[in-house]
Design a protein around this ligand. Structure first.
Ligand code: TXA
Ligand code: MG
Length: 327
């Protein structure tokens, strides 16, 4: 049987064996590709941080196949957390929960909590089932860079630093999971994702707070994160024509990333990329688009702002980070 027309059971076995031996395997999830290691093997996890060039105090998400494994990793799981698990797993939600005492500090960044997710991508599920334990996996990119949504992007980011890449095609969601902290008295969203606060609030029957800035707990909240190398700026649709006219020869070639055809004005050395109007499609395409534009020789990437409505929250968050001022 082939999964996703691409991943064979042989590949799953190979990946699982590598993980058992302390190797690093990149694998597809429905959000982005993860860089996986055995969540109980400290040496393997240290290699993840080295490969990503990521500071050691940033915690990793542990991926599980099944909710039956939850109690191996988390304790005092509230009934609200279980409701969210039932509603969203397998899927693009990470829950921060109180950790079991045996969980390694390298997983949690020395905190008393652990991030857990059950992904739904068929290849991730197959790998997790074959491996049998928890797979700790951050996104498979170098620190501060855009998360990979294809196997080729993983190769560009981490190439020979890792042992194997499972190619599961382009990730369905395209943005990292929503992270909700369920370890405190009240739930708090730490990182917006395509599962919205409104959806989660509806499941729990109460409003849910969204953290504005807690940089220490979640590195996804760092100022410069998910960023292309090319200078990137956000512009309101009404300002596009002005920005275009103010470009000087040193600014060229430039690319504009817009959602509406009317914004596209033809000018020499100015390229236009049309993005979807629908937020789900936009999220799916965003990182792939930014990564490909970053690989060309544009002096800058200018992105049309997206609507200020909840279904665009996660996208606005990533665009703000991609365009944050560089130090
Ligand atoms: O969609 C995703 O979540 C992807 C796929 C591979 O699952 N993973 C991902 O991992 O985005 P990473 O490491 O790039 O981002 C995980 C975020 C980080 O911001 C980290 O700080 C946060 O999860 N996190 C993990 N454990 C945490 C904890 N115990 N408390 C607070 N934040 C935590
Ligand atoms: Mg990441």
């Amino acid at each position: 049987m082939l999964m996703n027309n691409m991943i064979s059971p042989l590949d799953i076995t190979k990946a699982s064996d590598l993980l058992r031996r302390g190797g690093l395997v990149a694998f597809p999830t429905e959000t982005v590709y993860g860089l996986g290691g055995d969540a109980t093997n400290e040496a393997a996890l240290r290699k993840i941080f080295m490969a990503k060039e990521r500071p050691f105090d940033h915690p990793l998400i542990v991926h599980l196949a099944d909710i039956n494994q939850l109690s191996d990793w988390a304790r005092d799981v509230s009934s609200d957390a279980l409701k969210l698990a039932k509603a969203c797993w397998p899927g693009p939600l990470t829950m921060v929960l109180k950790k079991q005492p045996g969980v390694l500090d390298v997983v949690t960044g020395g905190q008393d909590t652990i991030g857990i997710r059950i992904p739904r991508h068929a290849a991730a599920q197959a790998l997790l089932r074959e491996f049998g334990g928890g797979i700790a996996a951050p996104s498979a990119n170098r620190f501060t860079r855009i998360s990979p949504t294809t196997a080729l992007a993983v190769k560009e980011e981490l190439g020979n630093r890792i042992d194997f890449i499972l190619d599961g095609g382009h990730c369905e969601v395209g943005l990292e999971s929503t992270i909700i902290d369920m370890s405190r008295d009240e739930p708090v969203i730490l990182r917006p994702g395509m599962i919205t606060p409104a959806f989660l609030a509806n499941v729990l029957g109460k409003p849910i707070a969204v953290a504005s800035n807690e940089p220490v707990r979640s590195p996804g909240m760092h100022h410069l994160h998910y960023a292309p190398r090319t200078k990137t700026q956000l512009v309101a649709i009404d300002a596009i024509a002005d920005v275009l006219h103010q470009l000087t020869p040193e600014d060229l070639p430039t690319v504009f990333v817009v959602r509406s055809d009317d914004a596209m004005l033809h000018t020499q050395h100015v390229h236009w990329v049309k993005m979807p109007q629908d937020p789900i499609q936009y999220a799916h395409d965003l990182y792939r688009t930014l990564r490909s534009l970053d690989g060309e020789h544009f002096k800058s990437i200018i992105i049309e702002e997206v609507p200020n409505t909840p279904e665009w929250d996660a996208i606005r968050d990533r665009l703000a980070k991609a365009s944050a001022p560089r130090s």
